[in-house]
Design a protein around this ligand. Structure first.
Ligand code: GDP
Ligand code: MG
Length: 173
């Protein structure tokens, strides 16, 4: 199996960290400062058939740079290219973190995701530092939008449930 997966989310939610966790190498740049990843950095996940995933697999990941309402021509260009990326991939992983309730940045991304029919997976990241009631609130908030095929609580930093996300994305290929 071969396919493309887009990773999208507000700056600092853990896109690069998740990509690193999946690929098992330091390819994308992680930082506390928002928007260090200016370009879509592609990483390739290669897996040989085993008891867990019984098919040879190659997934190409695209780390979409921070998307926000464009105020400049460059911003508009980046947003357009992100929507095109969503159309071209087999699945999109949308990442949010422990910030309670979606901000305008999240809503903007959701609107963009709504424009495409590509299967969407929601990752609620940083569960290692999240209270259960916070997780539940975020989960319900996104679940009621009814645009996500699956929702996972994940810690990209500690590798919790990362494998489930990979398997889920594989299901769309
Ligand atoms: P990006 O801007 O979306 O690519 O976010 P990064 O991957 O650069 O991560 C931003 C910050 O969040 C970094 O300080 C990461 O160490 C931290 N971070 C990412 N994932 C997790 C996680 O699962 N748990 C915790 N506690 N911190 C995380
Ligand atoms: Mg990044």
């Amino acid at each position: 199996k071969t396919g493309f997966v887009g990773i999208v989310g507000r700056p600092n939610v853990g896109k690069s960290t998740l990509l690193n966790a999946i690929l098992g190498e330091k390819i994308a740049i992680t930082t506390d400062k928002p928007q260090t990843t200016r370009n879509a950095i592609r990483g390739i996940y290669t897996h040989y058939a085993d008891d867990n995933i019984n098919e040879d697999t190659q997934m190409v990941f695209i780390d979409t740079p921070g998307i926000h309402k464009p105020r400049t021509k460059l911003g508009k260009y980046m947003t357009d290219s992100a929507v095109n990326t969503f159309k071209e991939v087999e699945a999109v992983i949308f990442i949010v973190d422990d910030r309670l309730s979606a901000g305008p940045g999240d809503k903007y991304i959701v609107d963009m995701l709504n424009e495409v029919t590509t299967p969407k997976i929601l990752v609620i990241n940083k569960i290692d530092k999240m209270e259960p009631d916070v997780f539940e609130k975020i989960y319900n908030e996104y679940d009621q939008l009814e645009i996500f095929e699956n929702i996972f609580g994940v810690s990209a930093k500690e590798g919790i449930n990362v494998h489930d996300v990979i398997k889920c994305a594989l299901g769309f290929m």
